[in-house]
Write a protein that binds this ligand. Structure first.
Ligand code: NAD
Length: 375
């Protein structure tokens, strides 16, 4: 059992998303003690926001700080800015939380998993959609209360405009939408249902979209080993009038005992067949508790609790390898216009009886109460 107070957070990569991380950490009492970024401007922003934290201009410096018990990795997920960082942190033996996506390609993800395996260090992927306050209610309903029974079908809809013409790399990499955005949903689906056996995907772009030069949408059909199916409609190219934005996407899940309609910021509705028709009930939660910044604070709180208890966190890096395989399989499916089994991507690492991500992680954690004041 580790002393939780020894798990000070060292942030590595102090770019735009880490502001939301720190806001969430303040809200849920997660202590930031140090930061490192090669860019002096990023270090200056961090120093102004966290005056009590140490600021380092090398990763070695941060890793040698005895107050750092967990590293928050938020460097861009390209191989050259992720893999060496993860390898160095693993070699130092420091546990790490790594921003999603772990990588764009399965090969890159596997290299990081191998580095973590060599060192034996605990590592979790920051699939923050799994820790949105509203997601915790969905997880309770499906995994603890089993309100639909064994899920047989789910549908995910995300349909809005996501365009950043001025961003240097968002939307302009070799891969984009499925790898960087739909990965949020893949993370939640992995937790709830485990890895699909096969995927059929159609990815593409809207040529009129200025800021996304690669794939701007990815629609997928997933089939699971137990017969369950999932349909995902996911696009950042939609500028029509019926938008379903990321952050408040629509998900519904059906099983023999009921159906759940859910949106992260709009509550959960459970419907059940009865002898006289359909019985409908609602679960509400505090609408002030949202994805940004709450999910970032709760993700780190989960990881630190798991570390303190000596337990495997949810969304552990090994578990997330299935998510990386799904990304790889989806792009391959679209390029070759065929159904791709995840076993084809994972080889010996594919386990057809793996089960849900939920069954492999620290489910007894207790989400902390809000202790900070929201900015
Ligand atoms: N909702 C979410 O979870 C969410 C949202 C946005 C971004 N992200 C992810 O977070 C990651 C970072 O995104 P961002 O928008 O903050 O990017 P960014 O470009 O704003 O910042 C990246 C930072 O990393 C630093 N960096 C580069 N190489 C480094 C190295 N070797 N060591 C230490 N620091 C290094 C850069 O100097 C920069 O300050 C990406 O993987 C992105 O996909 C997640």
């Amino acid at each position: 059992m580790t002393d939780p107070t020894s798990l000070g957070i060292g942030q590595v990569g102090l770019g735009s998303i880490t502001g939301a991380h720190r806001e969430g950490y303040r809200l849920y009492g997660q202590p930031v003690v140090a930061g490192f970024d090669p860019n002096p401007e990023a270090r200056a922003r961090f120093a102004a926001e966290e005056p009590a934290a140490a600021v380092y201009d090398t990763l070695d410096g941060l890793l040698a700080d005895p107050r750092v018990g967990v590293v928050d990795v938020a460097t861009p997920h390209h191989r050259d800015t992720r893999l060496p960082v993860v390898e160095q942190i693993a070699a130092a033996g420091t546990p790490m939380l790594i921003q999603k996506p772990l990588a764009y390609s399965y090969t890159d993800a596997l290299e990081m998993v191998s580095a973590v395996e060599r060192s034996g260090v605990p590592a979790m992927v920051n699939q923050n959609m799994c820790f949105v306050p509203g997601s915790l209610r969905l997880i309770d309903a499906l995994m603890k209360d089993r309100v639909v029974g064994e899920p047989s079908f789910a549908e995910v809809t995300v349909r809005y405009v996501f365009d950043l013409p001025d961003h240097p790399w968002f939307g302009k990499d070799d891969r984009w939408w499925t790898g960087a955005l739909t990965v949020h949903h893949f993370g939640l689906l992995q937790l709830l249902f485990g890895p699909p056996e096969t995927v059929y995907a159609v990815t593409g772009r809207d040529e009129s979209q200025p800021g996304v030069t690669i794939d701007g949408y990815g629609h997928l059909l997933l089939r699971y080993p137990n017969g369950m199916n999932v349909a995902i409609i996911s696009t950042g190219t939609y500028y029509g009038t019926d938008r379903v934005p990321h952050g408040n996407e629509k998900i519904w899940v059906q099983g023999p005992d009921g159906l759940v309609d859910w949106r992260p910021e709009e509550g959960l509705t459970r419907s059940r067949r009865t002898d006289s028709g359909f019985d409908v009930s609602r679960v509400e939660w505090d609408r002030d508790r949202r994805w940004f910044p709450d999910a970032f604070g709760l993700t780190m709180a989960h990881f630190r609790q798991a570390l303190a208890a000596g337990e495997t966190p949810l969304c552990a890096i090994h578990d997330n390898l299935y998510v990386s395989a799904l990304i790889e399989a989806a792009y391959l499916s679209s390029v070759e216009n065929r159904v791709v089994p995840l076993a084809e991507i994972m080889g010996d690492r594919w386990n057809p009886t793996y089960g849900t991500g939920w069954s492999h992680g620290f489910t007894k954690w207790a989400p902390p109460a809000v202790v900070g004041v929201q900015a």
